[in-house]
Design a protein around this ligand. Structure first.
Ligand code: SAH
Ligand code: DHB
Ligand code: MG
Length: 223
Protein backbone atom coordinates (compact mmCIF):
# COMPACT_ATOMS: atom_id res chain seq x y z
CA UNK A 1 0.00 0.00 0.00
CA UNK A 2 1.23 3.49 -0.80
CA UNK A 3 1.28 6.01 2.02
CA UNK A 4 -1.81 7.83 0.73
CA UNK A 5 -3.69 4.52 0.36
CA UNK A 6 -2.99 3.88 4.03
CA UNK A 7 -4.36 7.35 4.88
CA UNK A 8 -7.54 6.54 2.90
CA UNK A 9 -7.93 3.16 4.58
CA UNK A 10 -7.50 4.60 8.08
CA UNK A 11 -10.00 7.39 7.31
CA UNK A 12 -12.49 4.71 6.18
CA UNK A 13 -11.80 2.70 9.35
CA UNK A 14 -12.28 5.75 11.60
CA UNK A 15 -15.32 6.97 9.67
CA UNK A 16 -17.09 3.63 9.86
CA UNK A 17 -16.75 3.54 13.65
CA UNK A 18 -16.62 7.14 14.90
CA UNK A 19 -17.99 9.45 12.22
CA UNK A 20 -20.42 7.27 10.26
CA UNK A 21 -22.23 9.02 7.46
CA UNK A 22 -25.97 8.88 7.02
CA UNK A 23 -28.40 9.44 4.16
CA UNK A 24 -28.33 13.23 4.66
CA UNK A 25 -24.51 13.50 4.50
CA UNK A 26 -24.31 11.04 1.60
CA UNK A 27 -26.98 12.99 -0.32
CA UNK A 28 -25.15 16.27 0.34
CA UNK A 29 -21.96 14.86 -1.20
CA UNK A 30 -23.87 13.20 -4.06
CA UNK A 31 -25.72 16.41 -5.00
CA UNK A 32 -22.56 18.51 -4.66
CA UNK A 33 -20.75 16.17 -7.04
CA UNK A 34 -23.70 16.10 -9.46
CA UNK A 35 -23.69 19.91 -9.56
CA UNK A 36 -19.99 19.89 -10.44
CA UNK A 37 -18.71 21.33 -7.16
CA UNK A 38 -15.04 20.54 -6.42
CA UNK A 39 -14.51 17.74 -3.91
CA UNK A 40 -12.50 19.81 -1.45
CA UNK A 41 -14.68 19.73 1.65
CA UNK A 42 -13.66 18.30 5.00
CA UNK A 43 -13.60 14.54 5.47
CA UNK A 44 -16.09 12.81 7.78
CA UNK A 45 -13.59 12.52 10.67
CA UNK A 46 -12.79 16.22 10.28
CA UNK A 47 -16.50 17.07 10.14
CA UNK A 48 -17.00 15.12 13.35
CA UNK A 49 -14.10 17.05 14.92
CA UNK A 50 -15.84 20.32 14.03
CA UNK A 51 -19.08 19.02 15.54
CA UNK A 52 -17.27 17.93 18.72
CA UNK A 53 -15.46 21.28 19.04
CA UNK A 54 -18.79 23.10 18.73
CA UNK A 55 -20.35 20.78 21.31
CA UNK A 56 -17.40 21.09 23.73
CA UNK A 57 -17.69 24.83 23.27
CA UNK A 58 -21.44 24.71 24.01
CA UNK A 59 -21.77 26.80 20.87
CA UNK A 60 -25.05 28.59 20.23
CA UNK A 61 -23.76 30.87 17.47
CA UNK A 62 -21.44 29.62 14.74
CA UNK A 63 -19.92 31.50 11.79
CA UNK A 64 -18.53 29.65 8.78
CA UNK A 65 -16.59 31.35 5.98
CA UNK A 66 -16.66 29.13 2.88
CA UNK A 67 -19.73 26.92 2.53
CA UNK A 68 -19.19 24.92 -0.69
CA UNK A 69 -22.06 22.36 -0.70
CA UNK A 70 -22.70 22.68 3.03
CA UNK A 71 -21.06 19.42 4.11
CA UNK A 72 -19.02 20.96 6.95
CA UNK A 73 -22.02 23.20 7.63
CA UNK A 74 -24.19 20.16 8.37
CA UNK A 75 -21.66 18.72 10.84
CA UNK A 76 -21.34 22.10 12.61
CA UNK A 77 -25.06 22.89 12.65
CA UNK A 78 -25.84 19.48 14.16
CA UNK A 79 -23.97 20.64 17.28
CA UNK A 80 -26.39 23.52 17.82
CA UNK A 81 -29.38 23.60 20.17
CA UNK A 82 -32.80 24.15 18.53
CA UNK A 83 -32.56 27.91 19.12
CA UNK A 84 -28.94 28.10 17.92
CA UNK A 85 -27.82 29.83 14.78
CA UNK A 86 -25.20 29.25 12.09
CA UNK A 87 -24.35 31.74 9.37
CA UNK A 88 -22.22 30.51 6.48
CA UNK A 89 -20.70 32.87 3.91
CA UNK A 90 -20.24 31.75 0.31
CA UNK A 91 -19.02 33.64 -2.74
CA UNK A 92 -20.41 31.36 -5.46
CA UNK A 93 -24.22 31.49 -5.92
CA UNK A 94 -24.26 27.96 -7.34
CA UNK A 95 -22.44 26.58 -4.29
CA UNK A 96 -24.80 28.49 -2.00
CA UNK A 97 -27.84 27.09 -3.81
CA UNK A 98 -26.61 23.50 -3.54
CA UNK A 99 -25.75 24.07 0.14
CA UNK A 100 -29.15 25.60 0.93
CA UNK A 101 -30.87 22.53 -0.55
CA UNK A 102 -28.55 20.20 1.37
CA UNK A 103 -29.26 22.04 4.63
CA UNK A 104 -33.02 21.89 4.03
CA UNK A 105 -32.82 18.14 3.41
CA UNK A 106 -30.90 17.87 6.69
CA UNK A 107 -33.74 19.66 8.49
CA UNK A 108 -31.36 22.46 9.41
CA UNK A 109 -32.96 25.32 7.45
CA UNK A 110 -34.18 26.95 10.69
CA UNK A 111 -30.73 27.11 12.30
CA UNK A 112 -28.38 27.43 9.31
CA UNK A 113 -28.37 30.25 6.77
CA UNK A 114 -26.12 30.72 3.73
CA UNK A 115 -25.30 34.29 2.69
CA UNK A 116 -24.07 34.81 -0.85
CA UNK A 117 -21.24 37.19 -1.69
CA UNK A 118 -17.55 37.80 -1.15
CA UNK A 119 -16.99 37.26 2.57
CA UNK A 120 -15.12 40.56 2.91
CA UNK A 121 -18.38 42.27 1.86
CA UNK A 122 -20.70 40.04 3.90
CA UNK A 123 -18.65 40.39 7.10
CA UNK A 124 -19.07 44.19 7.53
CA UNK A 125 -22.78 43.79 6.73
CA UNK A 126 -23.01 41.10 9.37
CA UNK A 127 -21.13 43.27 11.89
CA UNK A 128 -23.61 46.12 11.24
CA UNK A 129 -26.39 43.82 12.45
CA UNK A 130 -24.68 43.60 15.87
CA UNK A 131 -25.13 39.84 16.11
CA UNK A 132 -24.51 38.04 19.42
CA UNK A 133 -20.84 37.00 19.57
CA UNK A 134 -20.03 33.83 17.66
CA UNK A 135 -18.81 31.02 19.89
CA UNK A 136 -16.99 29.28 17.05
CA UNK A 137 -15.73 30.51 13.68
CA UNK A 138 -14.68 28.07 10.95
CA UNK A 139 -12.53 29.77 8.29
CA UNK A 140 -12.42 27.71 5.08
CA UNK A 141 -12.71 29.99 2.03
CA UNK A 142 -10.09 31.73 -0.17
CA UNK A 143 -6.86 31.16 1.72
CA UNK A 144 -5.34 34.44 0.49
CA UNK A 145 -7.68 36.25 2.90
CA UNK A 146 -7.09 34.01 5.90
CA UNK A 147 -5.53 36.79 8.00
CA UNK A 148 -8.38 39.18 7.10
CA UNK A 149 -10.85 36.51 8.17
CA UNK A 150 -9.07 36.00 11.50
CA UNK A 151 -9.26 39.79 12.06
CA UNK A 152 -13.00 39.72 11.34
CA UNK A 153 -13.45 36.67 13.56
CA UNK A 154 -11.86 38.65 16.42
CA UNK A 155 -14.38 41.45 15.93
CA UNK A 156 -17.33 39.05 15.93
CA UNK A 157 -16.40 36.83 18.89
CA UNK A 158 -15.90 37.05 22.68
CA UNK A 159 -13.31 35.88 25.20
CA UNK A 160 -13.49 32.09 25.09
CA UNK A 161 -14.57 31.81 21.47
CA UNK A 162 -12.79 29.34 19.21
CA UNK A 163 -11.44 30.02 15.71
CA UNK A 164 -10.53 27.16 13.38
CA UNK A 165 -8.62 27.84 10.16
CA UNK A 166 -8.65 24.95 7.66
CA UNK A 167 -5.93 23.89 5.22
CA UNK A 168 -2.99 25.65 6.82
CA UNK A 169 -0.36 23.07 5.87
CA UNK A 170 -1.09 22.26 2.20
CA UNK A 171 1.46 19.48 1.82
CA UNK A 172 4.02 21.50 3.74
CA UNK A 173 3.89 24.53 1.44
CA UNK A 174 3.14 26.70 4.49
CA UNK A 175 6.83 26.69 5.42
CA UNK A 176 7.85 28.40 2.14
CA UNK A 177 8.57 31.93 3.35
CA UNK A 178 9.65 33.17 -0.08
CA UNK A 179 6.64 32.01 -2.10
CA UNK A 180 4.45 34.36 -4.10
CA UNK A 181 1.48 31.96 -3.85
CA UNK A 182 -1.37 34.07 -2.41
CA UNK A 183 -2.88 31.13 -0.49
CA UNK A 184 0.37 30.35 1.32
CA UNK A 185 1.07 34.02 2.00
CA UNK A 186 -2.44 34.49 3.38
CA UNK A 187 -2.13 31.46 5.59
CA UNK A 188 1.31 32.48 6.87
CA UNK A 189 -0.14 35.93 7.67
CA UNK A 190 -2.95 34.25 9.62
CA UNK A 191 -0.47 32.11 11.58
CA UNK A 192 1.64 35.20 12.34
CA UNK A 193 -1.45 37.09 13.46
CA UNK A 194 -2.48 34.28 15.81
CA UNK A 195 1.11 34.17 17.12
CA UNK A 196 1.40 37.91 17.75
CA UNK A 197 -2.10 38.98 18.72
CA UNK A 198 -2.52 39.59 22.46
CA UNK A 199 -6.10 38.26 22.36
CA UNK A 200 -5.30 34.98 20.60
CA UNK A 201 -3.70 31.77 21.78
CA UNK A 202 -3.33 29.08 19.17
CA UNK A 203 -1.62 26.14 17.61
CA UNK A 204 -1.60 24.27 14.30
CA UNK A 205 -1.94 20.54 13.80
CA UNK A 206 -0.77 18.59 10.75
CA UNK A 207 -3.19 16.01 9.41
CA UNK A 208 -3.19 13.20 6.86
CA UNK A 209 -6.25 11.47 5.49
CA UNK A 210 -8.46 10.96 2.46
CA UNK A 211 -7.85 14.60 1.45
CA UNK A 212 -4.06 14.27 1.62
CA UNK A 213 -1.49 15.98 3.86
CA UNK A 214 -2.78 19.22 5.33
CA UNK A 215 -3.71 20.65 8.71
CA UNK A 216 -5.70 23.17 10.66
CA UNK A 217 -5.01 26.00 13.06
CA UNK A 218 -6.97 26.25 16.28
CA UNK A 219 -7.09 29.48 18.27
CA UNK A 220 -8.89 30.63 21.38
CA UNK A 221 -9.88 34.22 21.99
CA UNK A 222 -8.54 35.27 25.39
CA UNK A 223 -9.34 38.15 27.79
N1 SAH B 1 -16.31 24.36 4.23
C1 SAH B 1 -16.54 23.48 3.08
C2 SAH B 1 -15.48 23.67 2.02
C3 SAH B 1 -15.32 25.08 1.52
S1 SAH B 1 -14.37 25.15 0.03
C4 SAH B 1 -16.51 22.04 3.55
O1 SAH B 1 -15.53 21.67 4.22
O2 SAH B 1 -17.43 21.26 3.25
C5 SAH B 1 -14.14 26.87 -0.10
C6 SAH B 1 -15.39 27.65 -0.47
O3 SAH B 1 -15.09 29.03 -0.28
C7 SAH B 1 -15.81 27.49 -1.94
O4 SAH B 1 -17.16 27.14 -2.02
C8 SAH B 1 -15.57 28.87 -2.53
O5 SAH B 1 -16.52 29.25 -3.52
C9 SAH B 1 -15.71 29.77 -1.30
N2 SAH B 1 -15.06 31.06 -1.44
C10 SAH B 1 -13.95 31.36 -2.16
N3 SAH B 1 -13.68 32.66 -2.06
C11 SAH B 1 -14.62 33.21 -1.25
C12 SAH B 1 -14.89 34.53 -0.78
N4 SAH B 1 -14.10 35.56 -1.11
N5 SAH B 1 -15.94 34.72 0.02
C13 SAH B 1 -16.73 33.67 0.38
N6 SAH B 1 -16.54 32.42 -0.04
C14 SAH B 1 -15.50 32.18 -0.85
C1 DHB C 1 -9.02 23.69 -1.18
C2 DHB C 1 -9.87 24.37 -0.33
C3 DHB C 1 -10.29 23.77 0.83
O1 DHB C 1 -11.11 24.41 1.70
C4 DHB C 1 -9.89 22.49 1.15
O2 DHB C 1 -10.33 21.94 2.31
C5 DHB C 1 -9.05 21.81 0.30
C6 DHB C 1 -8.61 22.40 -0.87
C7 DHB C 1 -8.56 24.32 -2.43
O3 DHB C 1 -8.91 25.47 -2.71
O4 DHB C 1 -7.83 23.65 -3.19
MG1 MG D 1 -11.02 23.33 3.72
Amino acid sequence: MSESQIWDTVDEYVSARLSPDDEVLRAALRDSRAAGLPEIGVTAPQGKLLQLLAEIQGARHILEIGTLGGYSTIWLARALPADGRLISLEYDPKHAEVATRNLARAGLEKVAEVRVGPALESLPQLADENPPPFDLVFIDADKANNANYVEWALRLTRAGSVIVVDNVVRGGRVTDADTDAPDVRGTRAAIDLIASHPRLSGTAIQTVGAKGYDGFALARVVG
